[in-house]
Design a protein around this ligand. Structure first.
Ligand code: XIL
Length: 316
């Protein structure tokens, strides 16, 4: 059978998934990743707590494994993610002085991006900066970077990442922006402002974590709107969860959502990739993050392709 990556190549897009380094050695898992995907995202292995658990002490073993796998299989890598309020090691929050905090952020970005060089093609430089109201986050730990360093942390982070690897494509990645909403409009204004200031931002990532009951109408329009700013766009974390147990109706509706998302990307010339957040129900973040929910990926716990896989295949 023709693989997703072959279909994607013919359609001039890339198809990917978040992957887990420790699973790549499992034959079923590794085989699927190598055969079906043309882009890999480290699900957690590049997050701050994983790569710099103590200040100035970097551990890249797991991330390197994913990057090497991609190199061996002719795949691209999306580096996820440099600046996020989540997955921060406690030492970051313990820095009391804002100048020192900014220096730690700059050092983190510079060190991580430099380590990989051209091994990472795309960076999610800033992840989830916005509140649902469309403004930068301000509340509690979620508002950490904005509260401590002000809005300039975003522009600065892109400049530091660009200096460390001028050839990488630099993205802002966000969820809940797939249809017109206060958040989508806020992000549009934010990105437009960054571009007007000459910030090296090259793309916007649409996470696209959805439910099987979601109607994804409007996604192509939203993608196009951002693309018209002169940016690449990408679907970066597609998954479609359902209340367990799964049944045929839910799986059919889920397949529609996968198909719509893929078709929306293909309808927009600047949409470069469709990446799912996991590809097998055997290893998906959903049951842990949303108790009672699951079956969110394209293959079941035994890697049997679900209707969602067929829908992606047909959309490609
Ligand atoms: C999730 C991972 O899948 C989980 O394993 C981890 O425990 C928490 O983070 N948005 C993002 C991703 O940008 O980094 C998140 O990944 C899912 C939501």
């Amino acid at each position: 059978a023709v693989s997703l990556r072959q279909l994607a190549a013919a359609a001039d897009v890339s198809v990917g998934s978040a992957v887990r380094a420790v699973r790549l050695d499992e034959p079923d898992y590794g085989h699927w990743v190598g055969e079906q995907l043309s882009t890999l995202t480290a699900e957690n292995e590049l997050k701050w707590d994983q790569v710099e658990p103590a200040q100035g002490q970097f551990t890249f073993t797991n991330a390197d494994k994913i990057v090497q796998f991609a190199l061996d299989h002719g795949q691209m890598v999306r580096g996820h993610t440099l600046v996020w309020h989540s997955a921060l090691p406690s030492w970051v929050g313990a820095i009391g002085d804002n100048t020192q905090l900014e220096a730690a952020l700059e050092n983190h970005i510079t060190s991580v991006v430099s380590h990989f060089g051209t091994g990472v093609d795309v960076w999610d430089v800033v992840n989830e900066p916005l509140d649902d109201n469309g403004y930068l986050r301000t509340s509690g730990t979620e508002g950490f970077w904005n509260n401590r360093l002000g809005a300039a942390y975003i522009a600065n982070s892109f400049h530091w990442a660009h200096a460390a690897n001028p050839s990488a494509r630099l993205y802002l990645n966000e969820y809940g922006i797939e249809s017109d909403s206060a958040k989508a409009r806020g992000l549009y204004e934010l990105v437009k402002g960054l571009l007007a200031q000459g910030v090296p931002i090259h793309g916007v990532g649409f996470q696209t974590h959805k439910l099987e009951t979601t109607r994804l109408s409007g996604l192509a329009d939203t993608l196009r709107r951002f693309a018209d700013l002169g940016l690449d766009v990408a679907i970066t974390e597609l998954d479609v969860r359902m209340l367990l147990p799964a049944d045929a109706d839910k799986l059919a509706r889920q397949a529609s959502v996968y198909g719509w998302a893929t078709a929306a990307c293909l309808a927009v010339p600047r949409c470069v990739s469709v990446t799912t957040w996991g590809f097998t129900d055997r290893y998906s973040w959903i049951p842990a993050a949303y108790p009672g929910w699951g079956a969110a990926t394209m293959t079941d716990a035994s890697y049997v392709e679900k209707p969602a896989y067929v829908a992606v295949q047909q959309a490609l």
